[in-house]
Structures are given as C-alpha cells and as structure tokens.
Design a protein around this ligand. Structure first.
Ligand SMILES: CCCCCCCCCCCCC/C=C/[C@@H](O)[C@H](COP(=O)(O)O)NC(=O)CCCCCCCCCCCCCCC
Ligand SMILES: Nc1ncnc2c1ncn2[C@@H]1O[C@H](COP(=O)(O)OP(=O)(O)O)[C@@H](O)[C@H]1O
Ligand SMILES: [Ca+2]
Length: 584
C-alpha cells in the first residue's frame, strides 16, 4: 500500500526549488540548497493534512483561488505552544506548491488525497452539530460560525447545524431522530451540553442493540458515532482533559482529521434503574453543594462556581455516608504513581488490546461485545463509613483551567477504571489546603484526611437513620427533583435514558436559573446543617442519594487524541509556512 502511494518530484515554493516526497505516512519537502539542507525539511504526517486544493489558494482575508494548472495548495495542522508544558495549540498551516507540469500537479493532488483516505479512515464527511447558545459566556454561535465552520468547509465536511432552543433538545434528537449518514456529533457548549450528547448517544446505541441501561450488570454497547467538542462552556473539563487546551480551532482540527480518543464512562444507578452517566465528576458533599448553590446564580456565568465554591466552603459542611468500592487491579496502575495519561498512553492501549484482542483496525472494534466487569480478576468490595467533606469519582483526570492537573492527575482516559477520592471530615484549613492544591502541582492526596483508590465500581449509601432525615429534609420526596417542571412533547418509551429523562429534569435549564430549588442548601445562612448532600453528575444534580456506579471501559469515542506532551511532539515549522485562525 505504502509503495503505491509514494511520489517524489521537484516542486517550487515561493520561487525556491524543493524535493517533495510522499511516502505514504509523511509528506515532506526539502530545499535543494545544499548549505541549508538540514534546516529546511518540513515534514507533515499525512494524517494531519487538512485538505489539498488545485491552484494557489489564499484563505485570508477570505478564501480565493488563483486557478493555475501547475499549482496546488496543501493545508495541514501546525502546532504552537499553549504556554503550559502539556497541551498544544493547533493552527491551520498551508503551503502553495508549483509543479513542472500539469500532469505532475494532478498526480500530486490525486496521491495526497488517496493517502488521506488510506491513512485516516475516521475522517468525518458529515456531522451533526448542536450549539448551546447560552453556554458559558454565550458565545457558542459566534465561535462556531467564525472559527469552526470555515475550517469544516475547507476540509469538505458537510454539517447539519441545530442551535438548541431548550435544554435536552440535543439529547432527545439523538434518542429519537434519524441519524443515518452522520459520522459524528459535534457539541458546541460546555460539560453539561456534552453530557446531553453522551446520554443521547449511549441511550440510542443501547436501544438499537436491545440492551437495558437500567441493569448495572449489563455490558453496554460502545457508541459508533464519534463526539467532537467545541469548547464554549463554563468548566470545559472534558475538552481540557482530552485535548489539553480550551481552543475551538484546535478542537475543530482534531475533528477534521478524524482523531479518535476512547473514553471511559461511569453509569450511575439507583434501585429502580439508571440515573445518569458521568465522565468527569460524580461528586457528593462539597461538589454537589457547589453545583446546587451555583444553579441559583447562573446569571454570573462561569464565575458562579467560584462564588458558590466560596459560599459552600464557608458553610463548612460534612456528611455521613457508607462508601463501598471495588478496587481495580493494582498491578496495572495506581492513582499515586505520578504518571500522566498522555497521547498514546500505554496503560490505555493495553486496555484497548484487552477489550479487542484480535482487532487492529478501529472500524471493526465496535461490533464486538466485551465484558470487562465480570471477567477481570478484581478484588473484593471494600467498605468504609464515616463523615466526608466530599466523595468524588472521576473516570479521567478532570483537568480544567481552574485545576490544570485535575481532580486526579494520574487517572486514565480509557483504562476502564475511575479514581475514588475520599476526603474525610477535617478542620476548615485542612480542607482549604486540599482544595488549594488542585491549582498547583502539589499533591492533593498527600494529606492525612484524603484517600484515593482506583476502582471499577462504587456504591454509596446513608448510614441507618439518615435516610429518614433525608426524607424529612426534602419534604417527602427523596431526590428532590420534583420541583423541576419539564415539558415533554413526545411520549417516550422505556429504555434507561429515556425513562430517567422523562421522569426528571437535569435541573440546569438556563432560562431562569431558579428552577432547581435546592432542598439541601436552604440558604447558606441556615443554622441547622443538612444531613444529606446531593450528587453532582458532570454538572447535573442527581435525583438519588443512594447510588451504585460502575465504570464502562471505552464506551464512547471523541475526536481527540489525548494530551500532547509539548516537549516530546515534533512541531513542524518552516519559513514557507503560514499559520492562521480563519476569520478571526
Ligand atoms: C482555593 C481554590 C480552590 C480551587 C479548587 C478547584 C477544584 C477544581 C476541580 C474542578 C473539577 C471539575 C470537574 C468538572 C465538572 C463539570 O462537569 C461541571 C459542569 O461544568 P459546566 O458548567 O461547564 O457544564 N462543573 C462543576 O461541577 C463545577 C465544579 C467547580 C468547582 C469549583 C470550586 C471552586 C472552589 C473555590 C473555593 C474557594 C474557597 C475560598 C475560601 C476563602
Ligand atoms: N437552548 C437552551 N436553553 C436552555 N438550556 C440549554 C439550552 N441548550 C442546552 N441547555 C442546557 O444548558 C446546560 C448547560 O450548558 P453548557 O453548554 O454545559 O454550559 P455551561 O458550561 O455554562 O454550564 C446543559 O445542561 C444543557 O442541557
Ligand atoms: Ca479511566
């Protein structure tokens, strides 16, 4: 295959003579000036070529094509530093080449396009795009139309764009509407919007596979459609933890070249069935209270979390609970091994091999069933009981701009495990130290009142006696979501997502911000401390307190490649290249 695609010839770039070579995996050009030979080779992996066009194409200030018959223009990914040691910004670079003849020009464009098809089979042709116009700083629409759509056009990707008019529209669309012809779903918004897409796609996939999401022992079917995230939210943790930067152009380029990053997903169940899915933070206590409080202050935008965080911190609460967990195999990895899950992570690759032992091409991966829950030789359930400041479970590092290394810096994106962080009740300054360490490289687990365990499943229950207290506090409706009014225009059937979604709201509708009357934080001035908190499930308040959660290895795939190590990745650059963001 590689030899078929090989092509080599002399070309000109800005009046200088170059030797251009396509080897199959790489497209390189080297200036034919002996003195500078070493310095002037530019090499672009074929997988990172965005597009190839005939003629001399300019894209700034707007796209124009000078239609000459010996020229072609190649667009590709160009990296630049993000300013931190991990995570790189991607920009569009392009170079115009002149060939000695039209025949050779046509050979170049044909070979390059064939190489693209062969070496990056997951490139999308057609995408379904959901824009939350109210996410984060309310710039979703502008971000998409000015920065992302022009890049999709350039790459020949067609998209069907839906600007949402209500919460859960994207999720309902994915659950019910025809998705034929789409290669992926793009979410323009924050973690809450991503969560909608996640619920919609997982629910739809299980419906079609005839699997019951309500049963925590069922091995769920991985989703075949990829998810792309264009960050336009408040926390943007899923984007930050899978791409390494919050940057719409970088994310758009990952989508265009069809990068693929599998992601673990945690399913959360109560006795009667599924209550939701989480990838970033499933948190009880502090993070639950912060979310509940922040919903009252949505008008503050992303700042609501800092304000509510401070208020909740000052309210100085801890909660009684029983936490049971199923440890993951300690020989494979540990949350304190000081490693980081970076692009090409070997721990995650081993998980992929375990899940799909006979498969080398990703296209066929997802037809196979797997059962990591029952087959693995994990240990016995462990049970602890006491008072906690917070109980958090995260399937990945959950790094975000507030906490660049995240809730659990050594967690893996796709290893089939989650990290359970238990923060026992402690004095306020101790807890502040714990929180503060999230903002630096200091180890937040190196504190006597903090424990972290790598797990496959977690159960949380209230100590005997507390259930009744919880019931009384919330006025006779455990879960407390009954206040949330939801208008569903269509009758839904009974698969897990649909059922849970029909029964409850996310509590995060952004219309008036006041719908989530939180029964637990009855004004932070309240003198009687509440006995129970709420669960924060990727930014949504869950309706249940007593839950069972289980990690599903690589249940979804994102258009991403994990965080790139700035020091290790070769950054192609040369004087003939130009980088830009389109239509800034
Ligand atoms: C003293 C400074 C403390 C900084 C502590 C930073 C910890 C940050 C960990 C963030 C983990 C994020 C996990 C992701 C969660 C998201 O799914 C989810 C939804 O996001 P969306 O609204 O974009 O859709 N986001 C959240 O639930 C937000 C959690 C944010 C918690 C921030 C807490 C700030 C605490 C500030 C405490 C200040 C104490 C000061 C005392 C004088
Ligand atoms: N058109 C809309 N009107 C109101 N709420 C919406 C709309 N579209 C999406 N949502 C909801 O808004 C919530 C927050 O969106 P998100 O994009 O995550 O922003 P943020 O990061 O600021 O919280 C999501 O849970 C989603 O369900
Ligand atoms: Ca994981």
């Amino acid at each position: 295959m590689e030899t078929d695609l090989r092509l080599e010839s002399t070309v000109w770039v800005e009046n200088k003579r170059y030797r251009a070579v396509l080897t199959g995996w790489h497209f390189k050009w080297t200036e034919l000036d002996k003195k500078n030979r070493d310095k002037k080779t530019i090499s672009v992996p074929v997988a990172e070529v965005v597009g190839v066009e005939e003629g001399r194409v300019e894209i700034l200030p707007q796209k124009s094509v000078e239609d000459t018959d010996k020229d072609f223009t190649v667009f590709y990914v160009k990296r630049s530093s993000s300013g931190s040691s991990y995570g790189l910004l991607w920009r569009l670079g392009w170079t115009q080449f002149s060939c000695p003849s039209r025949v050779l020009r046509d050979q170049w464009t044909k070979h390059l396009r064939m190489a693209l098809k062969t070496h990056s089979p997951m490139r999308p042709n057609r995408l379904l795009v959901f824009i939350n116009p109210f996410g984060g700083k309310k710039k979703g629409r502008k971000i998409y139309h000015s920065l992302v759509a022009p890049l999709f056009d350039l790459a020949g990707i067609s998209s069907h764009v839906i600007v949402t008019e209500r919460a859960n529209q994207a999720r309902d669309h994915l659950l019910k509407k025809d998705l034929t012809g789409f290669d992926g779903v793009v979410c323009v918004g924050g973690d809450g919007m991503f969560s909608e897409i996640l619920h919609g796609l997982i629910g739809r996939t299980q419906q079609e596979a005839g699997l019951c999401e309500n049963d925590p022992t069922v091995t769920l079917q991985p989703c075949s459609l990829h998810i792309g995230i264009i960050p336009a939210g408040s926390t943007d943790c899923v984007c930050y933890a899978t791409v390494g930067v919050i940057d719409p152009v970088t994310s758009a380029l990952h989508i265009i070249i069809g990068d693929s990053q599998p992601l673990d997903v945690c399913s959360v169940h109560q006795a009667s069935g599924l209550v939701g899915y989480s990838v970033s933070l499933l948190g009880y206590g502090f993070y639950g209270d912060v979310l509940a409080e922040s919903e009252k202050h949505r008008w503050m935008g992303p700042l609501r979390y800092d304000y509510s965080g401070t208020m909740v911190y000052l309210s100085n609460r801890s909660y009684a609970g029983i936490v049971q967990y199923l440890p993951a195999d300690p020989l494979l990895s540990s949350p304190r091994d000081r490693t980081r899950c970076l692009s090409g992570c070997s721990v995650c690759s081993r998980s992929t091999e375990r899940l799909f032992p006979h498969s080398s091409d990703s296209g066929s991966l997802y037809s196979s069933h797997f059962s990591q829950f029952s087959n693995d030789s994990e240990g016995e359930w462990v049970s602890v009981e006491g008072r906690f400041r917070c109980v958090s479970l995260t399937c990945m590092s959950s790094s975000c701009p507030k906490s660049p290394l995240g809730l659990s810096p050594s967690a893996h994106l796709a290893d089939g495990t989650g990290d359970l962080i238990l923060v026992w009740d402690t004095h306020p300054l101790g807890f502040l130290k714990f929180l503060y360490r999230h903002t630096s490289t200091e180890d937040q687990f190196d504190l006597p009142f903090v424990e972290v365990h790598r797990v496959k499943a977690v159960r949380f229950s209230l100590p005997p006696g507390k259930e009744e207290e919880a019931y009384e506090e919330i006025g006779g409706s455990v879960g407390g979501m009954d206040e949330v009014e939801r208008g569903y225009d269509e009758t839904v059937s009974t698969t897990g997502s649909q059922q849970y979604l029909a029964e409850r709201g996310t509590g995060r509708e952004m219309t008036d911000g006041q719908k989530t009357a939180n029964p637990f934080l009855c004004g932070l001035c309240c003198s009687k401390a509440p006995a129970v908190s709420v669960w924060n499930c990727d930014g949504e308040i869950l309706a249940s307190t007593e839950i069972l959660s289980r990690i599903h290895c690589q249940l979804v795939r994102l258009y991403a490649r994990g965080i790139e190590d700035g020091a290790a990745v070769h950054n192609n650059s040369g004087e003939n290249e130009r980088g830009c963001t389109l239509h800034k």
